[in-house]
Design a binder for this molecule. Sequence first.
Ligand SMILES: *[C@@H]1O[C@H](CO)[C@@H](O)[C@H](O)[C@H]1NC(C)=O
Length: 321
Amino acid sequence: MAKGIIKNTWDRSVKITVIWLICVLTFYCFFQMALRNSSSHENANSHRPTISGRSSISHAEQRSVLYSKMAKDLEENGAVFIKQGETSQSISLSDLFTLKDETVTPILKSADPPVRANVLYLSTQYSVPISKAVKDVFLPYFDKAIWFQNSSLYHFSMFHASHHIAPVPATETEIEAEANAVKAVAESTCPLHIVLDRVVLTSTGVLLGCWQVVSGSDPVTIRAKLKAALPRAPQKQLYNEAMLHTSLARLLGPPNKLPEEESKISELQIFHDLVNRLNNQIRGLKATVSELWYVEEYDLLALAVNGNMKIRKFKLGCSEA
Ligand SMILES: *[C@@H]1O[C@H](CO)[C@@H](O)[C@H](O)[C@H]1NC(C)=O
């Protein structure tokens, strides 16, 4: 009898031990699998940048990062333009405009030597509806203190053969040679199919449309070709090589006096709301770019302020695959 009880107890403890062992083993296996899984994820993540290196970050990614940074600029630096803003070309906005007979008028300042800019042109087919949306959203809040980009002159700055910070004088012959070199670049460049990624307002008050490339030649490639075609151009260019942006408007001061219920909202919040409202209307808009312009700007920022200029227009000539 006693022997039987001992045997039973023995059997039970063997069973329990076996069950425990199975449990522990199973747990251990799953634990190992989980560990391996997570470490392989880590490897996958950490390998991407090391194997491919920084250069492989796609141009599209480069633009996304850049645009996010630009969108944060207003939050981080505040609305500098309410005091005194500079343009993206470090020219003070208050130097560019004046209020004449209750309308905003540009102050034309001649550029000597003329600025020679290469820009991609956005057709009015796309710019007119964008311009209308910008006006609908912003005009009620800034009836005098805003300058709208002329919708016939929406453009993406690519590369300067000469700019006001590092002027490169050129003779008529040299200018003709530059224009011919740019024409050759246009002929080997494919039309760009692009989509409006987001609208941002910089701390200097410039409202920018920031675009992504769906297909066609990338701005990085176009700038590289222009750089090779224009060896005398300033080393220091004005824009990030991946950037594809067009100015939509320039805010010149604080918003109008606000209706009662909105007067408690901060100015920064108003800017945010307006930019959001505009984004909701035009973000995702698609366009095709098919012209490269070589522009001699006889006035500073002539393309932005309807100044004097001479435009040579070249069709993008590469046949699309
Ligand atoms: C806008 O640009 C076009 C083309 O250069 C020009 O004809 C027109 O006068 C400009 N509009 C304004 C308001 O300056």
